[in-house]
Design a protein around this ligand. Structure first.
Ligand code: FAD
Length: 504
């Protein structure tokens, strides 16, 4: 039986990101993926939000996405548009880039890291014991792994076979999404709302000019249409699409030659546990919700970045298995918040008088600076705060990508995270931190921050906070300890996050 330290079921965005994180940490990881190639059928995610771009920047791969996408201010809630310009991040925007391109770029990175992918094969079952998991494949083979991670999407076989409950709400709306040709050009492109819900027509190819979407003047069309009834169980057809368009627009514009037609609903469900023994789940396997706000792929990629380094340390034996419980503790609340804001978006989609009054009321609140800043930070993922206890406001929050001056010259904080190792950044007296018992795991850097006012740091949701003397940064870019030369609590934080000290 072939062995790997970790087997990932599903090579979508979450599985690819997790594989990259584990490979960077030197773990023998393999992906089993049902699709024979990385091609994505149909439309799914349309881009990346600021924190996901930062996460890619932390690994030195953001430029690959930026080179192909288009920057846009694409965040909003209740019809209110958020402009992130001026936000304290190097990526104060979203990036328009279709999921098929996001996956292709991620797969290229994973390929460079030499992760094997068993393609065209399903995980069909597994059995876990005290030392590992036997993973059954659709071609009759079996793989043995210390851990199995289900990144196998909303209908996750891994989640179901692990017996993990998936509580939540059933659908109240059903949408068809398709790419096809239209014989007639509609009088206008863009979004339409009515009592049924939201609908949209637009050329697949577009450009962002001066912040506005400008559709190509020819080529296939992306169609989004709300269906009249919820609960269809058959695969959607061209006939269903045509009927749904006629019900809304009075015509189907001669729709023909679809390259994809799929259905999605506003069902919102979240796994009760992200781990069951040696089996973990991440991404859509752990949470499904409506696509409003474009948060699904982002949440999955960030689940992977939270889990990757922890799982790597447990596999290496440098940290106890209990470190894996912090994955659920930190990421379940983030997923729950995404479910909450997408469910609220669905209610606000409706067009009746009372809903419109509610939307206008929320829009009025979001017209105020503070709520607007907080919502923009939430939807872009920049405000994520893991509960690591009381302390400096940076604790559990993302480390800002400061410009630094170090002994080896100027560099950015995110550059220090490219190889996914923890970093202790000392802004105080050089050489004042000696963490020899963790030196094999944690890099210490003496630095000065560059900038006009080095005594404060700007955080997206909070604003200015006092610059600390030293910070311990986890491989996922979140701050695990804040302190000064007294080093109070540092040894505990190092042990909690990166394992016990090595004996001299
Ligand atoms: C219409 C629509 C629009 C969306 N828009 C956005 C957006 O703008 N922004 C955003 O962030 N998100 C968006 N999303 C959500 C986004 O597409 C998903 O959240 C994202 O794809 C989840 O990634 P994943 O890797 O967790 O799961 P998936 O992308 O579902 O990947 C799961 C993978 O597992 C494979 N697989 C499944 N079962 C098995 C098995 N048993 N064995 C082996 N392989 C298996 C599948 O082939 C697939 O490759 C949208 C979704 C929809 C439907």
């Amino acid at each position: 039986m072939t062995e790997h330290a970790v087997v990932i079921a599903g090579g979508g965005p979450t599985g690819l990101m997790l594989a990259g994180e584990l490979a960077l940490a030197g773990i023998d990881v393999a992906i089993v993926e049902r699709r024979p190639s990385q091609d994505v059928a149909g439309s799914r995610a349309g881009g990346l939000h600021a924190r996901t771009l930062e996460v890619f920047d932390q690994r030195g791969i953001a430029d690959r996405f930026l080179a192909e996408g288009q920057k846009a201010q694409a965040n909003g809630f209740a019809g209110v548009h958020f402009d992130l310009s001026g936000f304290p991040t190097r990526h104060p925007y979203s990036l328009g880039l279709r999921q098929k391109h996001i996956e292709r770029i991620l797969a290229g990175w994973v390929d460079e890291l030499k992760v094997p992918i068993y393609r065209g094969i399903d995980v069909t079952g597994f059995a876990q014991d005290d030392t590992g998991v036997d993973v059954e494949l659709s071609d009759g083979r079996r793989l043995r792994a210390q851990y199995l991670v289900g990144c196998d999407g909303g209908r996750s076989l891994v989640r179901k076979a692990a017996g993990i409950a998936f509580p939540g709400s059933d659908p109240t709306t059903s949408n068809l999404i398709a790419e096809a040709e239209l014989a007639e050009t509609p009088p206008e492109w863009g979004i339409r709302r009515d009592a049924l819900g939201i609908h949209a027509l637009g050329r697949v190819e577009y450009e962002i000019r001066n912040g506005e979407i400008v559709y190509a003047d020819h080529g296939p069309v992306g169609v989004l249409v709300t269906e009249q009834h919820v609960g269809q169980t058959t695969e959607p057809t061209l006939r269903d699409l045509s009927a749904a368009l006629i019900a809304v627009y009075g015509t189907d514009y001669g729709i023909h030659s679809p390259t994809s037609i799929s259905r999605f609903t506003d069902a919102a469900r979240q796994a009760a546990a992200y781990r069951s023994g040696r089996v973990l789940i991440a991404g859509d396997a752990a949470h499904v919700h409506p696509p409003d706000g474009g948060q699904g792929l982002q949440t999955g990629v960030q689940d992977a970045v939270n889990l990757g380094w922890k799982l790597a340390q447990v596999v290496k034996g440098t940290s106890p298995e209990s470190l894996l419980d912090t994955y659920h503790a930190e990421r379940h609340p983030v997923g729950a918040r995404v479910l909450r804001n997408t469910m609220a978006s669905i209610v606000l989609r409706r067009e009746d008088e009372r809903t419109k009054a509610l939307r206008d009321t929320i829009a009025e609140l979001l017209g105020m600076d503070e709520p607007r800043r907080r919502f923009a930070a939430m939807l872009s993922g920049l405000d994520i705060h893991y509960d690591l206890g009381e302390g400096h406001p940076l604790l559990g929050r993302r480390m800002p990508d400061l410009d630094l001056m170090t002994a080896s010259g100027p560099l950015r904080v995110f550059t220090l995270l490219h190889d996914a190792r923890p970093v202790l950044l000392n802004f105080g007296e050089p050489g004042s931190f000696d963490i020899t018992p963790w030196a094999d795991r944690v890099t210490v850097i003496d630095a000065k921050s560059e900038g006009t006012d080095v005594t404060i740091w700007e955080l997206p949701a909070l604003g200015a906070v006092a610059a600390p003397v030293a910070v311990l940064i986890r491989p996922d870019g979140y701050v695990a300890w804040v302190g000064d030369v007294t080093q109070l609590g540092l040894a505990d934080a190092l042990t909690t996050w990166f394992g016990p000290p090595r004996a001299a």
